[in-house]
Design a protein around this ligand. Structure first.
Ligand code: FES
Ligand code: FES
Length: 166
């Protein structure tokens, strides 16, 4: 039976009806109309649906919608402050990482959550952190270099958990 679900989406309280069998990705895209999380596989393999749930990157297709009651969900849309892109977004653009862009929102969210946990990673750690996010264009090196540049502060201060988890 469908239920009323309340949670925070990019800092705003949301009330929406969800079905028990729906995953968070379907809830965001189909019920709320927020299409930035992409559906590449809908089975946890590709990472294109990655969002941040209470400061942790999750594959939203693997999260039952009803389990986010009272929690804080951030999508790539929530990282932009006014006209100002998040440092990860700036770096991805500067390094020419996105090609088709389909994987990019998920990459942004995975990288952002990763830097919250590990602000000064090694190259290996970045590669490992992004290993669950597939890019069919093969742009892994550019994504990795961009994340390392952000960690060096080349694109400004990275938002902290309390700032991103609005
Ligand atoms: S759509 Fe969620 S991991 Fe592929
Ligand atoms: S930029 Fe093409 S799939 Fe990632």
């Amino acid at each position: 039976m469908s239920k009323i679900l309340n949670f925070y989406l990019n800092g705003n309280p949301v009330e929406v009806i969800a079905k028990p069998e729906q995953n968070l990705l379907e809830l965001l895209r189909d019920n709320i109309g927020l299409t930035s999380p992409k559906c590449g596989c809908n089975r946890g393999d590709c990472g294109s649906c990655t969002v941040i749930l209470d400061d942790k990157a999750v594959k939203s297709c693997m999260v039952l919608a009803l389990t986010v009651e009272g929690k804080k969900v951030v999508t790539v849309d929530g990282l932009v402050k006014g006209e100002e892109l998040h440092p990860i977004q700036k770096a991805f653009l500067e390094y020419g990482a996105p090609q088709c862009g389909f994987c990019t929102p998920g990459m942004v969210m995975a990288a952002t959550a990763f830097l919250l946990e590990n602000p000064t990673p090694t190259k290996y750690e970045v590669k490992e952190a992004l290993s669950g996010n597939l890019c069919r264009c093969g742009g892994y090196d550019k994504y990795t270099e961009a994340v390392l540049a952000v960690s060096r502060g080349e694109f400004g201060p990275v938002l902290k958990g309390s700032e991103i988890n609005v």
